[in-house]
Design a protein around this ligand. Structure first.
Ligand SMILES: [Fe+2]
Ligand SMILES: [Fe+2]
Length: 278
């Protein structure tokens, strides 16, 4: 079950980290789950088996694509968000997402020419032409920015948590900073929706707007987990790259977000509502 701070629980069968005297955590050097559990992690692109190399490239392309796309989505609100504080947070989010994109591209660069070709394509992708639907939708209202951070960034956190202890060392080590930055985005998104639901027109938008934004973004967020019966996701678990099946992760997400939204006095549509990917 998901923890209340947004951190999904450890996967079944994963070894736990050992805490050294003095409270520092030993870096995990071995693969924690999947068919190579207990073996040393992969540390360079050259030593990866071909199927794993292919999958990491694919995962990093999607990761970087979402980071760059979200910059395009946030951009119009940099100097139009309702308060000065909101504008500063928008600027901070855009800087964070640019850095996350850069980190994903650094991992791609390790794959030589093949990785560089992907980066070159990513950098010229126009708005509305991204891999996942959630990143092709505009923030027409301020409530969209809030719901996007609260719902869509939260899905991203599930992916990053899986990478955090994954079998490819360079990817695992990039995660802690990204995760702490994403936490700010989630909290910001939740606070925007909470203020709309409770402060009403004193802020910028009201409860009905917050509710409409939830109906717009919740289905797209659930779609982001992918098909329930996905062979790729099973393979990724066996390779130690993903921790949960798509359906397990989606279920944990629903369990986590339901009390959060209800606590704001808002409702969630049914998980089947307006879904494109089942
Ligand atoms: Fe990000
Ligand atoms: Fe984010």
């Amino acid at each position: 079950m998901a923890k209340s701070d947004g951190a999904p629980a450890a996967p079944h069968g994963a070894m736990s980290k050992t805490l050294k005297e003095g409270g520092t955590i030993e870096p995990v050097r071995e693969i924690l789950w999947g068919s190579s559990a207990g073996v040393r992690k992969f540390e360079t692109a050259e030593e990866l088996p071909a199927d794993m190399r292919k999958l990491i490239i694919r995962l990093m392309v999607v990761q970087a694509d979402t980071e760059f796309a979200s910059i395009q989505q946030h951009r119009p609100w940099l100097d139009t968000a309702p308060t000065l504080e909101d504008r500063w947070i928008e600027a901070r989010i855009v800087a964070d997402e640019a850095r996350h994109g850069l980190q994903a591209c650094r991992i791609l660069r390790d794959f030589g020419e093949e990785g560089q070709k992907m980066i070159d394509e990513l950098l010229v992708k126009p708005e509305g032409h991204h891999k996942l639907d959630a990143f092709n939708m505009k923030f027409d209202r301020w409530s969209d920015a809030g719901a996007f951070c609260c719902f869509v960034d939260r899905v991203g956190v599930y992916q990053l948590r899986a990478f955090q202890e994954c079998s490819y060392g360079p990817l695992a080590r990039a995660m802690p900073l990204m995760l702490s930055e994403e936490q700010l985005h989630l909290n910001f998104g939740a606070s925007v929706l909470r203020r709309m639901a409770n402060d009403g027109p004193k802020y910028y938008g009201d409860k009905a707007e917050a509710q409409a934004a939830i109906a717009k973004w919740f289905p797209r967020a659930l779609d982001m987990f992918g098909h329930s019966h996905s062979e790729t996701s099973e393979k990724a678990i066996a390779m130690g790259l993903k921790r949960w099946t798509n359906e397990e992760a989606r279920e944990r997400y629903i369990q986590e977000i339901t009390p959060l939204i209800h606590g704001m006095g808002l409702e969630l549509p049914s998980p089947e509502f307006d879904r494109h990917i089942l």
